[in-house]
Design a protein around this ligand. Structure first.
Ligand code: SF4
Length: 357
């Protein structure tokens, strides 16, 4: 595919200088902060990221402070942003930089791309923004712009589609001003070439864009051949005793990895066995509230039901003291909890007659 790379880059740079975003809090910052912003932006929009970014750098102003923190502190600061693997990888990478790169953020592409949670596009973004190097990027916004401009066939899960998109990204990235160009492409993707009803009349690429000329914007990027998102169900157990509730720390990998949550079973019939195994006691729930929350994950939706169980006295033993804790609801703010679980617990605290404290 022939690309007039110079015209493409000129159109993006001219537009960016006049209309693009120049006041994002991580712009012009050091590599640590640019890296942090890029990780936060991987699955989250700019407007959502900004307050989290500000709070995070206040708590962990340098790479050293992040490396020295515990993973629990990092997860707690991250809560609400979702996709917690990003926070765990961030922490792991900070320690790796401290130990293998003497605490200095690496400047070589291969070293940056090898950090946990950093792939080819994120490495390109970090090094172009923080070090002025020429590297292409291919985040969700840029992919959409390129797929439409060049009518790229296939969906992003196909390797030939991604190969073509990388070829295009590589071809159009200019030798000079790669940082401005990359920011301009991201801004065009998020401000003009939006998912539905792109604002083509205001777009600097409309003269070049094949989808615009063929009125086929809605057909690109092409979608994954359809399959409905499956539903899953779980029953969360709210054990309450003596003004405290029982929390469970989830395994480090998988959904909400490493966060504190409520213990879970598949259904009501499984409650006695769970209680015998973990609390050496058995007590039927006072109340079961079906489907109190539906939470959407990328690949499935989860219907959460809740069983409320009042205990007269704290069980004398708990099977796994590292990952279970009786917690005063007033202390929940200091623990990393998944947002739906936090909401669930605070709604119970507000509901008359169900005060968990
Ligand atoms: S002309 Fe329209 S479809 Fe093409 S890149 Fe611009 S906004 Fe997207």
């Amino acid at each position: 595919m022939d690309v007039d790379a110079a015209s493409f880059a000129r159109a993006v740079l001219d537009w960016y200088r006049r209309y693009g975003r120049h006041d994002l809090p991580w712009q012009g910052q050091n590599a640590y902060r640019v890296w942090l912003s890029e990780i936060m932006l991987q699955q989250t929009q700019v407007a959502t990221v900004i307050p989290y970014y500000r709070a995070f750098v206040k708590r962990f102003p340098t790479l050293k402070t992040l490396a020295e923190a515990s993973v629990d502190e990092v997860l707690q600061q991250w809560q609400g942003l979702g996709y917690y693997a990003r926070a765990r990888n961030l922490h792991k990478a900070a320690r790796l930089i401290r130990d293998r790169h003497r605490g200095r953020f690496p400047r070589k592409f291969e070293q940056v791309a090898a950090l946990p949670g950093v792939g080819r596009s994120t490495a390109g973004a970090i090094l172009s923004f923080a070090a002025g190097q020429r590297w292409p990027i291919l985040d969700g916004n840029v992919k959409r712009v390129l797929a439409r401009c060049f009518r790229v066939a296939g969906w992003y899960g196909r390797s030939d589609t991604m190969k073509q998109l990388w070829y295009l990204a590589e071809s159009i990235t200019p030798e000079q001003n790669a940082a401005e160009f990359n920011q301009g492409m991201m801004d065009i993707g998020s401000m003009l070439c939006v998912k539905s009803s792109p604002k083509c009349e205001a777009c600097p690429l409309k003269k070049i864009c094949l989808s615009y000329h063929h009125h086929s914007q809605a057909q690109y990027p092409q979608k994954k051949p359809g399959k409905a998102r499956p539903h899953r169900r779980t029953l969360m157990l709210l054990h309450r005793c003596d003004y405290r509730i029982l929390l469970w720390r989830r395994p480090p990998s998988g959904i909400w990895g490493g966060l504190w949550s409520l213990p879970e079973v598949d259904n009501e019939a499984a409650i006695p066995l769970w209680q015998q195994s973990f609390l050496q006691t058995a007590r039927a729930p006072q109340k079961v509230q079906p489907d109190v929350i539906r939470h959407q994950f990328t690949h499935y939706s989860l219907d959460i039901s809740l069983a409320i169980i009042e205990l007269d006295s704290l069980p004398s033993r708990i099977a796994d003291t590292d990952n279970y804790a009786w917690v005063d609801p007033a202390d929940l703010a200091s623990r990393g909890l998944p947002t739906p679980v936090r909401k669930l617990l605070s709604s119970l605290a507000r509901a008359p007659g169900t005060d968990p404290g």
